[in-house]
Design a binder for this molecule. Structure first.
Ligand code: PLP
Length: 474
């Protein structure tokens, strides 16, 4: 007998109970975006964006902001880039959409070719999706299908670092090192093993950075052995971290050992370059800073679409993809796969980035920004650390720089600093609700197109905001 869709007595009372917990209908805002509707009571209204150009943004009240965080560290080219807008409109006029199961698209092919070229030898295949979480999901499924094609069906566990961030969808969340998210969603996830990230600011007493990094790498090997190496599919890490670690730059000794461990046990190494890839760290791929730690799969998003359209991708070596192809093909699909508009945007962003030398610009500007931030750290004891590479940079706040003691979580210092900065017309990026769990930081990661004069204005506004924050918290 097929399923019955009539509601039994117990089911209809269950539905009524569910409705009882919702606010009375009259109090429900109608026609509001969910992020407004679902915000906790007392959340201040945000200014409404009117327009944006370069690294400047204006709200509908006429206030001007400088975007010192590239939105969520995504808008590498700033706003209103003519080449990107032209590419977007001409692709939209030509063919806004073409289903990958019916057509190949030139935009998809051109983008993949150019991206693989920029990535350098060893990464010839590009699988285009529509964001970072989705790209991580695709990488996990590709890794699993690579193992299956090799006859290694026992491999399925993906080890990751604590803390880390790999996305908000359930698969990506399972590999994300964030206990507060796991406390909430744990029962809905396939929990995956975590190992400590080789953090560089609070190193255990008696160890230097290299010894501590090597100890963290040993933790990874011990975990692989404890889990059973034949069950471990992949290890995923952010070479330069994002908001989960405040731009942690992975120590070189750790990277070298990680590659050795993955090779020793036949584990795939995945680099999550969602925030760090595409030129932001002063190299096109952030893992290029560690030539002896090449990943098997690379995940990118954010900067490669530069915020103009949703875009994410997985980069893979030809031979690994061919293994899957000969085993029946990659079983993974989305409506937005290889989307022509996203690909046209991605190609224009890539050309603009390379032709204007923005990868090199990111290295130069990032070095200057880091010098200025350390100079501020010497004058404002609220700054405990400055970390990052290129224009992927973060500032960590502490109650006491001598002991590196953080502020109490309830003080929500990063949120307060970004609020003060916004009042001063400066946009910074920080975590949402779990701020303070591993430390307090804000990302200072302006677009790669930032001019010298704009950098001066950013640092002036940041300094003003820090002095106000210091007065508030000391
Ligand atoms: N991975 C990293 C390192 C990220 O920083 C993010 C987003 O911040 C993601 C994955 C998820 O990307 P998305 O928000 O595009 O889904």
């Amino acid at each position: 007998m097929g399923p019955s869709f009539s509601l039994g007595a117990s089911m209809s009372s269950l539905l009524r109970n569910d409705l009882d917990v919702l606010p009375p209908l009259g109090t429900l805002a109608r026609g509001e975006p969910i992020q407004v509707f679902a915000a906790p009571p007392g959340t201040p209204a945000k200014p409404q964006i009117a327009r944006a150009m370069g690294i400047e943004m204006w709200d509908t009240a006429g206030n001007r902001y400088l975007d010192a965080s590239s939105g969520p560290v995504a808008c590498n080219l700033g706003y209103g880039n003519r080449r990107v807008l032209d590419a977007l409109t001409s692709q939209a006029e030509a063919a806004a959409f073409a289903n990958v199961s019916h057509f190949e698209s030139k935009a998809n092919r051109d983008f993949a070719e150019r991206l693989a070229e920029a990535a350098g030898p060893g990464y010839e295949r590009v699988f285009v999706v529509s964001g970072g979480s989705e790209a991580n999901e695709a990488a996990l499924k590709l890794a699993r299908q690579i193992a299956l094609s090799r006859g290694e069906a026992s491999r399925w566990k993906v080890i990751s670092r604590q803390p880390s961030y790999h996305g908000g969808t359930l698969g990506a969340l399972a590999i994300t090192g964030d206990p507060s998210a796991h406390a909430m969603f744990g029962p809905m996830l396939q929990e995956m093993p975590k190992v400590p990230a080789p953090v560089t600011y609070r190193i255990p007493a008696g160890l230097d950075e290299e010894n501590w990094a090597l100890k963290c790498a040993q933790d990874l090997e011990d975990r692989v052995v404890a889990e059973g190496p034949e069950s471990v599919l992949a290890f995923i890490q952010e070479p330069v971290g994002g908001v989960s670690t405040g731009a942690l730059v992975t120590p070189a000794a750790y990277m070298t050992r990680v590659r050795e461990i993955c090779d020793k046990y036949g584990i795939l190494l995945i680099h999550d370059e969602v925030m760090s890839g595409g030129g932001r760290t002063g190299a096109f791929l952030s893992h290029d800073h560690w030539p002896d730690c090449r990943a098997d799969l690379i995940v990118m998003a954010k900067g490669i679409g530069a915020g103009y359209l949703p875009l994410g991708l997985v980069l893979a070596p030809r031979d690994l993809v061919e293994t899957v192809a000969s085993g029946g093909g990659f079983l993974h699909g989305h409506t937005a796969l290889g989307n022509p508009l996203s690909c046209a945007v991605g190609l224009a962003v890539l050309e603009e980035t390379l032709e204007r030398g923005l990868v090199e610009r990111s290295a130069v500007l990032g070095a200057e920004l880091k010098t200025r931030l350390w100079d501020m750290a010497n004058r404002y004891p609220i700054i405990g650390d400055v970390r990052g590479k290129g224009l992927l940079m973060a500032v960590e706040f502490v109650a006491d720089p001598a002991t590196k003691r953080p502020f109490p979580i309830e003080a929500a210092v990063p949120a307060a600093v970004s609020r003060i900065a916004m009042q001063n017309g400066l946009i910074l990026y920080t975590r949402g609700t779990n701020a303070g769990r591993d430390g307090d930081w804000v990302m200072v990661s302006p677009p790669l197109v930032t001019s010298d004069r704009e950098l001066d204005e950013i640092t002036d506004r940041l300094e003003k905001s820090l002095s106000q924050a210091e007065a508030e918290f000391s």
